[in-house]
Design a protein around this ligand. Structure first.
Ligand SMILES: [Zn+2]
Length: 152
């Protein structure tokens, strides 16, 4: 598998969107309107937020104006919440919006100095790229965060 394909390994929402052009039977979520929001990670159980842990159904994003969207429990954004560097960043999330202001992420990008960055995790030893943080599946070394400026 190419490194490019690996980067989108968790992007179930992307597949759902792409499938719309093929006339296939769609999962329910594919009919939901995608939205793009900017904000910062938040854990809706404040006691847990202090030590960086947050149960998976309580990770959300607080956007301008104070509104909070919660990510689905197995969402890409929930995995990214584990990275303290991303908890400190402003983020741009494109997601399918489910009932109850719950989001199914299609893409998560970071914002630094007003510029958008692609988020990837790499093991420079094994040349492995992942969309989520954690140990390298090959050598177990912690994957390193790489933010690449988005160019249009
Ligand atoms: Zn490795």
């Amino acid at each position: 598998m190419s490194t490019h394909a690996r980067r989108f390994g968790l992007g179930a929402g992307v597949l759902a969107v792409l499938a719309m052009g093929n006339g296939l039977t769609l999962p329910l979520s594919a009919a939901l309107p995608p939205i793009t929001v900017r904000g910062r990670f938040v854990c809706v159980s404040p006691a847990a937020e202090r030590d960086g842990s947050c149960s998976s159904g309580r990770v959300g994003i607080r956007v301008a104006g104070g509104r909070v969207f919660i990510f689905l429990p197995n969402d890409l954004a929930v995995a990214l919440y584990a990275d303290p560097r991303l908890r400190a960043r402003e983020l741009q999330v494109t997601a399918l919006r489910h009932d109850g202001d719950r989001l199914e992420s299609i893409r998560v990008r970071s914002i630094r100095d007003g510029r958008l960055y692609e988020i990837t995790y790499v093991c420079d030893v094994c040349q492995i790229t992942s969309s989520v943080p954690g140990p390298c599946p090959c050598c177990q070394k912690a994957l390193a965060l790489v933010e690449t400026p988005v160019t249009y």
